[in-house]
Design a protein around this ligand. Structure first.
Ligand code: AMP
Ligand code: MG
Length: 402
């Protein structure tokens, strides 16, 4: 067997991953717990919002024509014929010529009125109200259905819900909402050199940074990560943990041992239990990436270098997660910046370079692979497409923020 990886393009790898995405599952959650979740059906307004014309100020409901030309020196004189009570619609309150009604913010505009005057521009003199500023038709009034019309689609399926969405959902009559179930993602770290964060590394040992990092990223992305600890580079132990994890997870991420060295077992273990679909991607960092399947479940082999593992997660695994979530737009925050330095790159592979962004200037943080510090000193990644031999200083780039 060749010791070299047969690489395929990032686009082909991402498409291969997407193809084996398990079907989306849905569940109902209370709207107050819906932020960050992905909507699984369209939502329409069940009533007009608001359901009536309402004042947006404390003041007087008026016929705007009665206030024409009103000023401090020559106020319009209107007769107050009553008060609007919040939460009630008094159908007997009908404005005639030169009449007004006291109205609080949010009160129902009485019939006959077409505007509201702020209380600040009025003066009370018994039943007579002096209006010192004219209002135009519709001024200070929110019209019935001005926010949303009954039957109108307010949110489309695939939207990642925000806290403000929860408020609007409630206004549309939704106490609960159907969202995509969080994909359950099992994470297994492999490597004889790995110890958990709770241990002091002995000679030759390093702490497992990948499992917590991958889990944290997945939680933020709307998945449910499950940690299965560290396994040694021993085939049997590895297979045992995979067999334990698989029934409880929608997909597995196996970190480390994904290349073709003698110690690298991930591909062999996946092939033994299922099938390796991809082994090697024209991606830097992240070339030794495996996409496979065991019992219909996607299983990824991620390179052990933390930066590589994270890039593979973002670039190759996330399109599959998007499909499982039914997400309409990937959760990708980007910012435009100007490159401070040339970035050389090898043609034929898609490269992701860590950059620090300050005042619109992106400075590449070059460093040896395997460094952790550039992961946290950088703000994000600049992608150099496979067809490029690099990017020149001064060019406009889109930084994918972490
Ligand atoms: P591997 O992909 O197993 O060949 O590992 C490549 C490099 O990543 C080695 O230096 C490993 O020690 C390191 N590495 C592997 N897994 C982890 C991990 N979970 N956390 C931190 N470093 C790791
Ligand atoms: Mg290893």
């Amino acid at each position: 067997m060749s010791r070299f990886l047969t690489v395929i393009s990032v686009a082909d790898a991402a498409a291969a991953a997407e193809k084996i995405a398990p079907a989306r599952k849905t569940e109902s959650v209370p709207v107050e717990q819906s932020a960050g979740r992905v909507l699984a059906s369209d939502i329409a307004a069940d009533t007009d919002i608001p359901g009536f014309d309402r004042s947006v100020v404390d003041g007087y409901a008026v016929r705007s024509a009665d206030t024409t030309g009103a000023s401090d020196s020559v106020p319009a004189l209107l007769t107050c014929i009553g008060r609007v009570t919040m939460g009630k619609h008094d159908t007997n309150l009908i404005l005639g010529n030169a009449e007004c009604v006291y109205i609080p913010t949010g009160g129902v505009l009485p019939s006959g009125a077409d505007a509201a005057v702020m209380v600040e521009y009025t003066e009370e003199a018994g039943d007579t109200i002096l209006v010192k500023k004219p209002v135009s038709h519709g001024e200070n009034v929110l019209l019935r259905d001005e926010d949303f019309k009954k039957g109108e689609t307010v949110f489309s399926m695939g939207r990642r819900l925000s806290p403000q969405d929860a408020g609007v959902l409630a206004a549309c009559g939704c106490a609960t909402v159907t969202v995509a179930k969080k994909p359950v993602v099992g994470i297994i770290s492999t490597g004889n050199e790995l110890v958990p964060a709770t241990s002091v590394p002995g000679p030759g040992q390093v702490r497992d940074a990948n499992a917590p990092m991958l889990a944290a990223w997945l939680s933020e992305y709307g998945c449910e990560p499950r940690l299965y600890g560290i396994v040694q580079d021993e085939r049997e132990a590895f297979e045992t943990v995979i067999a334990r994890a698989l029934p409880d997870c929608d997909l597995l991420l196996l970190s480390g041992g994904s290349s073709k060295d003698d110690r690298d077992m991930t591909a062999g273990v996946i092939a033994g239990k299922g099938m390796v679909l991809v082994h090697g991607v024209a991606l830097a960092p992240g070339k030794p990436t495996i996409i496979g399947r065991i019992d219909t479940k996607p299983v990824f082999g991620l390179p052990g270098h933390p930066a590589s593992a994270l890039v593979v997660l973002k670039v190759i695994v996330s399109p599959l997660l998007d499909k499982m979530l039914g997400l309409d737009t990937p959760l990708l925050r980007t910012v435009k910046a100007t490159l401070a330095e040339n970035i050389p790159s090898q043609r034929g592979r898609e490269e992701y370079v860590r950059v620090k962004v300050t005042n619109g200037i992106a400075t590449p943080l070059f460093g040896k692979s395997g460094l952790l510090n550039t992961l946290v000193k950088s703000d994000g990644l600049v992608c150099i497409p496979a067809g490029y031999e690099g990017l020149e200083k001064g060019s406009e780039v889109e930084v994918i923020l972490w």
